[in-house]
Design a protein. Structure first.
Length: 224
């Protein structure tokens, strides 16, 4: 069940206009790193795939997941797990309830949610903190929680937007190993944005690198 971007094209307004183009396919066995200089539009492309693009009406292109077009669907209907640079936690919910949030939204009952989520939390070292306040977790623990919430409901693809950039090097490596382990278990297309070449080399099976096709206007393209 691949993830495919077809004919993506978007002009980003600013001091000098930036035109983004993309065309690529990610197989379930792949962990693809999206690379490019700062300001090249990586986040804009990421948000198009995630369904978070505020200017969708001005964006051309098709996003296909598991053989069907999903670019017209809102984020919660795309079956894509998301992990961001800053881990998002819901302070009114326990660690367990945070991890099971995606399952609850999809109508899964309480007992089944617990049965599905607790093994994942134990796997990432949070099994002893099921009823804890997530605000009391460390930065690394919050990001582990965000990973579990993104995958516990078995999405068909996973997007990671610089998920470890705010962490210290040792913790980054530790969570990187966790991502590798989780991906091997899930076997779904994974797309990751990172500015760290070593992290890209360590975690990615392939890189899609931005090419500058023209300077006036600036045209940046990802193809792979």
């Amino acid at each position: 069940m691949p993830l495919e971007v077809r004919g993506f094209k978007k002009t980003v307004p600013g001091a000098s206009s930036l035109e983004l183009r993309a065309e690529f396919l990610i197989q379930p066995s792949e962990r693809v790193v999206l690379s490019g200089p700062s300001g090249s539009g990586k986040t804009t492309l990421f948000r198009f795939i995630a369904g978070l693009d505020p200017g969708r009406s001005a964006t051309q292109g098709e996003l296909r997941l598991a053989g069907r077009a999903v670019q017209h669907l809102p984020p919660e209907k795309r079956e894509i797990g998301l992990v961001f640079q800053e881990p998002i936690v819901f302070p009114a919910l326990s660690v367990l309830e945070n991890a099971a949030f995606g399952l609850k939204v999809r109508g899964v009952g309480r007992d089944e949610r617990r049965a599905l989520v607790i093994p994942w939390l134990e796997r990432v070292g949070l099994g002893s903190k099921l009823e804890s306040d997530p605000d009391l977790l460390s930065g690394g623990e919050k990001q582990r929680l965000a990973l579990v919430r993104a995958i516990a409901w078995e999405p068909k693809a996973l997007l990671l937007d610089e998920p470890f950039s705010a962490l210290d090097p040792a913790l980054r490596e530790d969570l990187g190993r966790l991502v590798l382990e989780l991906h091997q278990k899930l076997t779904i297309p994974l797309l990751m944005v990172t500015h760290d070449p070593a992290e890209a080399e360590r975690l990615g099976t392939r890189q899609i690198v931005c090419r500058v096709l023209s300077d006036v206007p600036r045209v940046h393209e990802w193809r792979g």
